[in-house]
Design a protein around this ligand. Structure first.
Ligand code: AZC
Length: 833
């Protein structure tokens, strides 16, 4: 009755709540106050960045309220198992937009900002994204912490607060140039430092044994020096639920700012050097994707963040009144690839050395806590570290690894007597030459679950690199197919499509993506198809303007946008698409009046700074673009664009504007791919091989709605076994010969016939990724794509069906799989707690 009365009577202004109010007036007031009290500015003299900071702080306040309530509810409940997602990379992307969506205040904030005289889009564009990851692996971690919050799974993401994230890419004269990513330069409104939760990590020195008060033989580590880890927390809000988790990233600092002994001896430089050395650990993200570094600093980073995180988790566990050996009842750790796999040994060290838990009990605890996700079959990505480096940096951890290995190999010999091959393959130590610690083996020994990231990938893992492990521990193996968050990659990135879907089937789908099935009937509705087409066209116009601004190239928004964006790598075969472009160009040159579907080829992606071939592929794309884009015979029917600095911010503008998604890796090489999912969700059709998650995407959308080509993984292996001869294929395919000759003629390199030789020679004489074998199949499939494009109704029908059938690829589903198969964790509803 009271509520009824207030409805009728409320004539006066609503009460303003600056810290948590979600209405327009409260938001306006909060922004104005933050602007003044944190940035020292007024609305009339504010810079765009100050305004961005004030808006973000306003949102951050609201997140903190939810985080506080969530953590109180979780910590009040002694039976909750938490997930610890450990990852050296979190490719977060900009935070403001998704947080507004999760809090469900996008419209209110838009209005608040507008009434203050600004535009929310401009403010959002001001954000410098935290690019703390390389590619798929780091972005997956970001999608998963989003979905864990949305599924109300209590979880902490643990990683490194790199001062410099992935480099910014600029293109000069067609070549990639790397620029330092100073993402923190204008301040980061989303994080809070928690110096009171700092922990110390040991490095160097030696170990010694001693007898404890019960006369037990124990070991202790006398380090050379210690480094302090300071945690920085970022709230991770669930989508339209009250749960809010957080990401905890560690920054390294010197344990004391001065080493007084050195200082007293007059060696001031040495004292400061120690400070620099400590701070260097979290300085910069290594930019290698799918390539092991072998660098000392990289191993220090790994051990640093793993040790900080485990100590922090133990502190939390003890605060719950847990016993050290019950650690696994409190925590489920997911190791994102082998980068954090030293956790297996470090957790043993903490339990055995610091809490004096018996080895066997500690081993049970450790194995029950940890699980490992593998992300690649590429042999060059399997991490191994020289034993000498381990001994030098973390001697006690190496001793523990030796002990784990000794006990494990005894078990292998008793299970497979006389099988020495197995022993040497499964040993954590590679003793075939210089000795190495094999991180994947350490992970497989110490984890109760091991998973691949797509069905095909998991099968190939079991058949190939982890075959011995399946024989030993079949029950440990699982598949969890990757997923992506539709909040960021549809709702935020593609408002036009989102609104169209909401008009048609309601607004439940972003949190329950299977609902998209209800769109299926609309594929046959001409009026809907027309609206769908016009949303896509609007997105393409936005991207076209951006392309003009960033590259100077003018593209036609009604041409087919044929897009390949991902890290540049030979196995991903960006150069296969280049061969196709040149084939089309040749067709035009041979017959300028040929009827050809206008296409805009858009590439984007970074190459590892030391990866020569990948950088040359970037140069090739730009060089082909220079010729094709400016040849009057082409009459603007083909355009080639290299969109510089592909990152999450740019990705959000590219996926919604794509017509065709290129997923053309050599079958068996791409573990899953996740860009493939983002494209389909935004209504692009895929041209792809039977690789990674493409297989499952095709299964879901239907064979007729997917352009398949190329050898299968099994055929690739067969061809290799039977002596693959790329030159033979070249000799027998005229179009292919003409394409390669055109490159070698210097046509794309101002007459320089050597520039691209490394690429063409490699294709003709080695071709490890089988471009020659797939060339004619790819061209034929692209011709079919062009034919289909001519039938607009049919194309859009297929595209709508793609959107409608993408439910499986929400990261919410992936997280549900992890919870059921691996973590044995259930959603924790804080309202009911
Ligand atoms: C990637 C895989 O290449 C990609 O196929 C997969 O989708 C993604 O992980 C997420 O599982 N691997 C990496 O990015 N690997 C590294 C070391 O960066």
């Amino acid at each position: 009755s009271n509520a009824n009365n207030s409805k009728v009577k409320r004539a006066s202004a609503p009460t303003i709540d600056v810290r948590s109010g979600m209405d327009v007036e409260s938001l306006k007031q909060a922004i104005t106050e933050h602007l003044f009290y944190q940035q020292g500015r007024n609305i009339v003299n504010t810079s765009l960045n100050d305004l961005y900071m004030a808006v973000s702080h306003t949102v951050h306040d609201r997140l903190l309220q939810h985080e506080h309530k969530t953590m109180n509810a979780v910590f009040d409940n002694n039976n909750v198992r938490l997930v610890s997602y450990m990852s050296a990379e979190f490719l977060m992307g900009p935070q403001l937009g998704v947080n507004l969506i999760d809090l469900n205040i996008m419209a209110e904030m838009e209005q608040a900002v507008q009434e203050l005289g600004f535009s929310l889009n401009t403010i959002m564009a001001q954000e410098e994204e935290p690019g703390l990851g390389n590619g798929g692996l780091g972005r997956l971690a970001a999608c998963y912490i989003d979905s864990m919050a949305s599924q109300q799974i209590p979880a902490i993401g643990y990683g490194i607060r790199y001062e410099f994230g992935i480099f910014d890419q600029v293109i000069r004269d067609g070549w990639q140039v790397e620029i330092t990513d100073k993402w923190l330069r204008n301040g980061n409104p989303w994080e809070s430092a928690r110096p009171e939760l700092a922990v110390n990590v040991k490095f160097g020195g030696h170990t010694e044994s001693y007898l404890d008060s019960n006369e037990y033989l124990r070991y202790r580590w006398k380090p050379d020096y210690m480094v302090t880890g300071i945690p920085y927390d970022t709230p991770i809000m669930g989508y339209k639920v009250p749960s809010c988790n957080f990401l905890r990233l560690w920054k390294s600092e010197a344990e004391e700012s001065f080493d007084f002994s050195s200082f007293n001896q007059g060696d001031y430089y040495k004292a400061v050097e120690y400070k620099v050395k400590s701070e260097n650990i979290s300085k910069v993200l290594y930019p290698n994707d799918e390539m092991l570094g072998g660098k000392k600093l990289r191993l220090k980073q790994q051990y640093f963040f793993v040790s900080c995180s485990l100590q922090d988790m133990m502190n939390i566990h003890l605060r719950f009144d847990g016993k050290p050996q019950d650690f696994h009842k409190r925590w489920a750790i997911q190791l994102n690839d082998t980068h954090p796999s030293v956790a297996v040994a470090e957790l043993m060290r903490i339990l055995v050395d610091e809490y004096h838990v018996d080895w066997d009990v500690a081993w049970h605890t450790t194995c029950s806590t940890c699980s490992y996700t593998n992300h690649t079959l590429l042999p060059e990505a399997l991490e191994k570290w020289p034993v000498g480096l381990f001994a030098y940096l973390i001697p006690r951890v190496l001793e523990i690894i030796f002990e784990i290995n000794y006990r494990f190999l005894k078990e292998v010999s008793s299970r497979f007597p006389g099988d020495n091959g197995k022993l040497s393959r499964m040993s954590i130590i590679d003793e075939s030459g210089e000795k190495f610690v094999r991180m994947a083996n350490l992970a497989c020994v110490g984890c109760c679950a091991i998973n691949g990231v797509a069905e095909l990938h998991t099968e190939l893992l079991k058949q190939q690199i982890l075959h011995d492990w399946v024989e030993m521990f079949p029950e440990r193996f699982h598949n969890v197919t990757n997923g992506v968050t539709p909040r960021r990659f549809v709702v935020l990135s593609n408002p036009g499509l989102s609104n169209l879907i909401i008009e048609s089937i309601g607004d439940k789908w972003p949190g329950k993506l299977d609902e998209l099935r209800k769109l299926e009937p609309f594929a046959d509705d001409a009026a809907f198809r027309e609206k769908f087409r016009s949303v896509k066209l609007e997105n393409k116009k936005i991207l076209a303007a951006l392309i003009k601004e960033r590259t100077g190239v003018v593209v036609n928004p009604s041409s087919m946008f044929d897009v390949q964006v991902k890290r540049i790598h030979e196995y991903k075969r960006q150069h296969l698409s280049v061969l196709h472009i040149i084939a089309l160009y040749l067709r035009i040159k041979q017959n300028p009046d040929i009827d050809i579907v206008p296409r805009t080829f858009i590439f984007g992606g970074k190459a590892a700074p030391g990866y020569f071939s990948a950088k040359l592929i970037i140069k090739l794309i730009n060089s082909v673009g220079d010729v094709v884009n400016n040849d009057p015979d082409v009459k603007d029917r083909l355009k080639v664009v290299f969109f510089p600095d592909f990152n999450v911010t740019n990705a959000q503008l590219i996926y919604p504007a794509a017509d065709l998604s290129e997923q053309i890796s050599t079958a068996g090489k791409e573990a899953s791919g996740t860009g493939n999912m983002k494209f389909s969700m935004n209504g692009a059709l895929t041209i792809g091989t039977l690789d990674g998650a493409n297989v499952e995407i095709r299964e879901e959308v239907g064979n007729d709605n997917f352009f398949l080509f190329g050898l299968t993984a099994a055929q690739v292996e067969d061809a290799k076994r039977n002596g693959y001869n790329p030159h033979f294929i070249y000799d027998n395919n005229e179009e292919l010969r003409n394409v390669i000759s055109m490159i070698n003629s210097g046509r794309f390199s101002n007459g320089d016939t050597n520039l691209f030789k490394p690429i063409t020679d490699n294709l003709l004489w080695h071709d490890p990724f089988m471009l020659m074998a797939d060339f004619s199949l790819y061209i034929a499939c692209q011709d079919l794509v062009a034919e289909t494009w001519k039938n607009t109704a049919e194309w859009n029908r297929m595209a709508i069906l793609n959107v409608a059938r993408m439910g499986k690829f929400s990261s919410d589903r992936s997280i549900q799989d992890y919870c059921e198969k691996i973590w044995k964790v259930k959603p924790f509803n804080i309202r009911k707690a």
